[in-house]
Design a protein around this ligand. Structure first.
Ligand SMILES: [Cu+2]
Length: 432
């Protein structure tokens, strides 16, 4: 389904038809995502970017995306990005030190935790029906799919001067952006969690966990580990973490076998006008855990899939606000890369899975033997330390945590490049 370009408020209208596309996969990629129509999302955003994927609910992980492909105006053939992405653990320790939950492996975001999506939850989108991932075959609305405006996508006011005629001209290129958004909601204890994936028309993928619902009742907190809510300082809401992990398995260009690289930029003395900086690349050839420092980033790069310029396609990890939970070795690193192993399902408490009763319980154990990375899996942690406030009652306003996967050389130019600028690939610009 292709939508006409329309301004932000009108996106409500376009989203209303989103559910229909499942019955009519576009001819461009009939085989790309091998799942039935009910489990497929295939949508073209107003700027011409099409995302196609399979979704399902896992009893413990909640929403799972598989076989994620993207095509853009600039690259009309669908190209695979991900084999899968899903949550991989959610540690909720209370600052009192007396309580810690593993919300995924002990409770699960699927099954009876999975809330039914209402019209109000999905006002700008279309509800999708499926099972809750447990043995219960009941079908109900468990997913909301919507297209949401993201604001200014780009702007370029180009000035031109013709020396022969002396004529000056201007051309304005300006465009608004859109995300395809998938959301499910799970009620675990006092909290309601929103598992959200935003697939942008730029090719970016954002994984988010939102938390709302209600504050947990007082767990004998004091001013040291709680925050006074209600009149004066009689009752303290307990401070706590939501420390989440996601498991990301790339399959860039459908080729697999990606390499992992770490980039660091360091001061390398003073030039004549400015500080001299040096950027170095380190290959991460073996399993291991990594933590960010300033100007450090990682990418997963295809060895075989190239963009139209002959550059290796890759995705970069973008970490946002992030409070590392120091309680366990596995909750401290920002990212861990391991060799793919179907039984390594959860970032921690892995042995709780009856299908895979491994000795190795955590990603630290998975990586301990420093296996060679020929098929890397990326485990990303995004922690949020929640210091409650009066405004958290009630219901609690949504708070968010997550990360981005940012395309790097996936297409040869900005996938939203207007037709008039398609020939301007490379440096120097042709006005020279
Ligand atoms: Cu909280």
């Amino acid at each position: 389904m292709t939508y006409r370009r329309m301004a932000g408020a009108a996106a409500v209208l376009l989203a209303a038809g989103l559910g229909l596309a499942a019955q009519s996969p576009a001819s461009a990629a009939p085989e790309a995502s091998p799942c039935g129509a009910a489990a497929m999302v295939q949508e073209t955003l107003p700027n011409g970017t099409t995302w196609q994927l399979c979704w399902r609910i896992n009893n413990l992980a909640g929403l799972v995306l598989n076989n994620v492909f993207v095509s853009t105006k600039l690259q009309p053939e669908p190209v695979q990005v991900l084999s899968s992405i899903r949550l991989a653990q959610l540690n909720v320790p209370y600052d009192t030190g007396e309580t810690e939950y593993n919300d995924l492996t002990e409770y699960g975001l699927g099954g009876w935790s999975l809330e039914t999506i209402t019209d109000s939850d999905c006002r700008n989108g279309s509800k999708r029906v499926g099972t809750d991932g447990s043995d219960n075959p009941e079908q109900r609305a468990v997913l909301c799919v919507s297209a949401e405006p993201t604001g200014q996508a780009y702007r370029l006011n180009e000035y031109d001067y013709d020396p022969e005629t002396g004529e000056e001209s201007q051309t304005l290129y300006t465009e608004q952006g859109y995300d395809l958004v998938l959301r499910s909601i799970s009620k675990v204890g006092w909290y309601e969690y929103v598992s959200e994936y935003r697939l942008s028309d730029t090719g970016q993928i954002t994984a988010n966990l939102g938390a709302t619902g209600d504050l947990a009742p007082n767990e004998y907190s004091t001013a040291d580990n709680g925050w006074p809510i209600g009149k004066q300082a009689r009752d303290y809401a307990t401070m706590h973490y939501h420390s989440a992990f996601w498991r990301v398995d790339f399959n860039i260009g459908g080729k697999g076998g990606e390499a992992v690289e770490q980039y660091d930029t360091k001061l390398d003395g003073q030039g004549t006008m400015a500080a001299k900086l040096l950027t170095t690349k380190k290959a991460i050839a073996k399993e291991g855990s990594y933590t960010k420092v300033d100007r450090r980033w990682w990418r997963v790069v295809s060895q075989k899939s190239l963009n139209a310029d002959g550059h290796q396609r890759s995705y970069e990890l973008g970490l946002g606000a992030d409070d590392p939970y120091e309680g366990h070795p596995e909750t401290q690193p920002d990212v861990t890369f391991t060799q793919a192993n179907l039984c390594e399902k959860w970032a921690s408490d892995n042995a709780a899975d009856p299908e895979c009763p491994l000795e190795s319980r955590t990603i630290i154990d998975f990586a301990a033997n420093k296996e060679k990375l020929t098929d890397p899996v990326m485990w990303v942690r995004a922690g949020f330390h929640h210091v409650p406030r009066d405004e958290d009652q009630s219901p609690m306003p949504m708070h968010w945590q997550g990360f981005q996967l940012i395309p790097r050389d996936f297409t040869a130019m900005n996938p939203l490049t207007p037709d008039a600028r398609k020939d301007l690939n490379g440096n120097p610009q042709p006005q020279d």
